[in-house]
Design a protein around this ligand. Structure first.
Ligand code: DGL
Length: 256
């Protein structure tokens, strides 16, 4: 057992949706969150560059004494998780579009998988499609992450963009929508508003928090029973982000 923190990273604020879930699921753990805000977006960069940046972020978290790493970014996971697991001796947990749980839901119709260009293009996603993608349609969502980073979670800009992205798919029945980028859970309300009422929106956050819990247990790295957790240190690659990150976490804890 150890009271060292868990490290978590994303290109920006999106991974805070995963952080909120992990704080709820693992109340004895402390976290260090790194947002690579100087290099966002990852979703339209070359994979080699995303790997380089992810490695830098992970090194920074390891430098803060983190005992395990959560790559709270679907894009960076697709590119870097396997490689980093082979290089590092600490647990590396990733996130992938939650197509499996969505495919297991009852009901008919297509499953829309919203994610970045890079996530949808790489072999990891193709393998997921082979297994669970019979009725799935990948939908690259350029521009959505930018709305979240700008704090525009509702309103005209985000509504117009979502209509543009999703209206080609709204003529046929939809069984579920997968939020395959960690920024998108912040847009749940806006996304739900343009889908048929009751359409399930599925993200991988709870599954990732469960996997983190499992890996900490397997490796004997859980916080001791009497340990008081719940603290978060925010780091970023551009200055002046801490308050924005704190606010986003507050919102995620209250609304997601
Ligand atoms: N939050 C990231 C993800 O889950 C991507 C955002 C970006 O394009 O940087 O894919």
């Amino acid at each position: 057992m150890t009271d060292r923190p868990v490290g978590m990273l994303d290109s920006g604020l999106g991974g805070i949706s995963v952080l909120a879930q992990a704080l709820r699921a693992l109340p004895r753990e402390n976290f260090v969150y790194f947002g690579d805000t100087a290099n966002i977006p990852y979703g339209d960069k070359e994979p080699e560059e995303v790997l380089r940046l992810t490695r830098l972020g992970v090194d920074r978290l390891i430098g803060h004494g983190c005992k395990a790493i959560v790559i709270a970014c679907n894009t960076a996971t697709s590119v870097a998780a396997q490689q980093l697991r082979s290089e590092l001796s600490l647990p590396v947990i990733g996130i992938e579009p939650a197509l499996k749980p969505a495919s297991l839901l009852p009901g008919e119709g297509q499953i829309l998988v919203l994610a970045t260009q890079v996530t949808l293009r790489l072999p990891k996603f193709h393998a997921l499609m082979e297994l669970y993608g019979d009725h799935a349609t990948p939908v690259p969502c350029s521009g959505l992450m930018e709305c979240v980073e700008a704090g525009q979670l509702e309103g005209e800009r985000v509504e117009n963009l979502l209509r543009e992205l999703l209206s080609p798919y709204l003529q046929t029945p939809i069984k579920a929508v997968v939020l395959g980028c960690t920024h998108y859970p912040f847009l749940k309300k806006a996304i739900a508003a343009i889908l048929p009422p009751g359409t399930p929106l599925v993200d991988g956050n709870a599954g990732t928090a469960r996997q983190l819990a499992r890996r900490l247990k397997e490796e004997g790295l859980e916080a001791p029973p009497e340990h008081v957790g719940g603290s978060v240190t925010f780091l970023s690659s551009s200055p002046g982000q801490e308050e924005r990150m704190q606010n986003m976490l507050q919102m995620a804890l209250e609304r997601l």
